[in-house]
Design a protein around this ligand. Structure first.
Ligand code: URA
Length: 242
């Protein structure tokens, strides 16, 4: 198949996605345009003044990371191995937001490195923007014991960190994977099934936000992968239109 790299083809197969080829261009229809070069987002110098735990005003990437890694704002710091800040290209125009680190992420200090991460990687490759070309972060930076749902107080404590990550990255698209990031970022209690399939807006700058299923859910319900592919197609259309 002309124009489609074999690694991507393999991922698309794993996602159960049929690839079609444009007769005009002869290129695979899932192919994406290369990431655009973007300026570094403006960052502030690390602050030397004491700022309360769970806040992150004006911090640059390094200072924010340090703040998160040393955070004791909620009780999750007592049970974590380490905080999981985020990973990826800080110049990316795409932010993927998940729920919280699981056991493997807590061990390795990186989001989405377990089984769900493998599927997320496949989704991102199918989307045309492999893992290393996006930025990935979670609502919670520390693992909730036994992978329980985040408590509202924990999300509130962590919220400034994600908000600052979004400010620093200033993405053109936020992809919220799963109920927790979707509900947190959109401030709603609607189910994912009702939130997906449309373009939402996040924050004062109205950043386009698309909701899709969490890869862990897709591992349990593989028949929903089709819908998640439709969400990725919607997300791609957003990137093309802004
Ligand atoms: N699930 C998430 O939502 N985030 C991770 O980092 C890992 C699993």
């Amino acid at each position: 198949m002309a124009g489609l790299d074999p690694r991507r083809r393999q991922y698309l197969d794993a996602m159960g996605i049929e690839v079609w080829v444009s007769r005009v261009a002869g290129a695979a229809a899932v192919q994406d345009s290369p990431p655009q070069n973007r300026q570094d987002p403006p960052t502030a110098e690390p602050q030397s003044v004491a700022i309360p735990p769970g806040t992150a005003p004006g911090l640059n990437w390094d200072a924010l990371r340090q703040r998160v890694l040393n955070c004791t704002a909620c009780d999750l710091h007592r049970t974590r191995t380490q905080a999981v800040f985020g990973v990826g290209d800080i110049r990316s125009n795409i932010l993927v937001v998940g729920e919280a680190p699981g056991a493997e992420e807590d061990r390795q200090g990186e989001p989405f490195v377990g089984r769900a991460g493998q599927l997320l990687n496949a989704m991102l490759v199918a989307f045309g923007r492999p893992r290393e070309t996006v930025y990935i972060a979670n609502v919670l930076k520390c693992r909730p014991p036994n992978n329980r749902d985040p408590l509202p107080t924990e999300s509130v404590c962590c919220r400034p960190y994600l908000e600052r990550q979004i400010e620093l990255l200033s993405p053109r698209l936020i992809l919220a994977v799963g109920r927790v990031p979707a509900q947190n970022l959109l401030n709603t209690d609607e189910a994912v099934g009702r939130l997906r399939g449309k373009v939402h807006r996040y924050g004062p700058n109205g950043i386009p936000l698309v909701v899709t299923y969490h890869p862990s859910y897709l591992l349990r319900q593989p028949q929903e992968k089709k819908k998640s592919w439709q969400d990725l197609v919607l997300a791609r259309s957003v990137l093309k239109s802004v």
